[in-house]
Design a protein around this ligand. Structure first.
Ligand SMILES: *Cc1c(COP(=O)(O)O)cnc(C)c1O
Length: 434
């Protein structure tokens, strides 16, 4: 394709003049992999088409929400019907109640839930709630876990435990992150050390149960269990950020997966997003009644939102959750995702390229590494140049994976075995060129 006919490129040039970096969320700019981002025109099922009308098999699914694939007819019908009734009221609706009841039925660790509009907002509110409930200031997060871009969470690990993290973004005063402790994911001894040092000041530990923002890294069962024990022992809350994993790795989220290995396991606060909106701006956080009753208007922790519980978003999310509640839905999705992972692994092995894979439900990770990593530092040992060649090779052939080696991948119910097999076939060609 010549430059003059590449509509993605010409739109990108225009975009860069009016939108910083040409995009409204940084990863879309392809900075990590280089090249021109694909501007999407439309999508259906497992595919989307860019401005050049090239078709892609979509393995990001809007970074998670499109678990049913794009334009599911029943979801579309629910959205259309809701739109006819009104876009937004700023007054309560019954559908918010129905959605809340549905969420609580799927994740029994919560008695109450509050709906918001983005995962960032949900995470930020959950932290405020944890601090308000415990009357403590310190929060613990893990290196490589993403919980949205609230100021207090934009922190990189400091040089030692006692030195708290430094802000990782300009515009975040050191004062705002001085109570954020950053620890290594899956490092039990560091966790124990932190609680020994200032356990009585810790309001909460926030974690991704399966980290989907450092590709795909599971929290070990041991690590998860120790967080649960130590938070209980020290009167801190455990916040499970299931924005990515919720309703995707299993109907009951990652907490249902870990509860199989840790009897009685449940987090104190759960943060949700992505799938619960089905592609519309919708997120939520919930907990047991005693914690949630601290929220305004019942309690002293303030939280609000003009578009919270938006009637079109709730219609979209509710229909999505109903459809994915079909018996066997996640088992089938897990098998389909496993087919992709096994296929890629077999082709990489045949080509003599180090490769490791993991997946749960419709969430996956693959690494150009001989073994699965357990920490951010291990993830970042990936050969970036090799990954970028793989990424672009697949992209040229019409298979759209996350444009960064530290992002997870997503399979939807609309992906057929034939779709998966075509992707594996393309990978065979690409591995040969690496
Ligand atoms: C995507 C994500 C968020 C942020 O959600 P937004 O809707 O993008 O604000 C928070 N936590 C996790 C684990 C996520 O994957």
């Amino acid at each position: 394709m010549t430059q003059s006919t590449d509509l993605n490129l010409s739109i990108f040039e225009r975009a860069k003049r009016v939108i910083p970096g040409g995009v409204n969320s940084p990863v879309r700019a392809f900075n990590a992999v280089g090249g021109t981002p694909r501007f999407v025109r439309r999508a259906q099922g497992a595919y989307f088409w860019d401005q050049n009308e090239q078709q892609f098999t979509d393995y990001i699914g809007s970074w998670g929400p499109m678990i049913l694939g794009h334009g599911h007819p029943e979801v579309l019908a629910a959205v259309q019907a809701a739109a006819l009734e009104g876009f937004s009221f700023g007054a309560p609706t019954e559908r918010e109640v129905v959605l809340a009841e549905k969420i609580l039925s799927l994740m029994p660790s919560m008695d109450m839930v509050r709906l918001v509009s983005s995962g960032t907002e949900a995470g930020m509110s959950a932290l405020r709630l944890a601090r308000g409930y415990t009357g403590r200031n310190k929060i613990v997060k893990f290196n490589g876990c993403y919980h949205g871009h609230a100021d207090a969470l934009l922190v990189k690990a400091g040089s030692g435990l006692a030195t708290f993290g430094a802000s990782s973004s300009a515009g975040v005063p050191q004062d705002v992150v001085k109570d954020t402790v950053v620890l290594e994911y899956n490092d039990v001894s560091q966790l124990e050390q932190a609680f020994a040092q200032f356990g009585g000041d810790i309001a909460c530990v926030i974690m991704e149960p399966i980290a989907g923002n450092m590709n795909f890294v599971r929290a070990s069962v041991d690590f998860t269990r120790r967080i649960r024990e130590l938070t209980r022992e020290h009167g801190a809350l455990m916040i499970y950020d299931e924005v990515m994993t919720g309703f995707r790795v299993a109907l009951g989220g990652a907490q249902s997966v870990y509860a199989q290995q840790i009897p009685g396991f449940e987090p104190d606060i759960t943060v949700m997003g992505k799938v619960i909106g089905g592609g519309m701006p919708l997120a939520a956080f919930g907990a047991r009644r005693a914690i949630m009753e601290k929220l305004s208007p019942l309690g002293p922790v303030y939280q609000a939102g003009t578009l919270s519980g938006n009637p079109i978003a709730t219609a979209c999310g509710l229909r999505t959750l109903e459809l994915i509640s079909a018996p066997g839905f996640h088992e089938a999705l897990h098998a389909r995702t496993g087919r992709l992972m096994a296929g890629l692994k077999a082709e990489a092995d045949a080509a003599g390229i180090p490769f490791s894979v993991d997946h749960q439900g419709g969430l996956f990770g693959f690494y150009l590494l001989p073994e699965l990593p357990a920490t951010w530092a291990e993830v970042m040992k990936t050969d970036g140049a090799l990954f970028n060649r793989f990424f672009h090779g697949m992209l040229e052939r019409g298979h759209y994976f996350a444009p960064a080696l530290y992002e997870a991948g997503f399979v939807s119910a609309a992906h057929t075995e034939a779709d998966i097999d075509k992707t594996v076939q393309a990978a065979r060609e690409v591995f040969k060129t690496l």
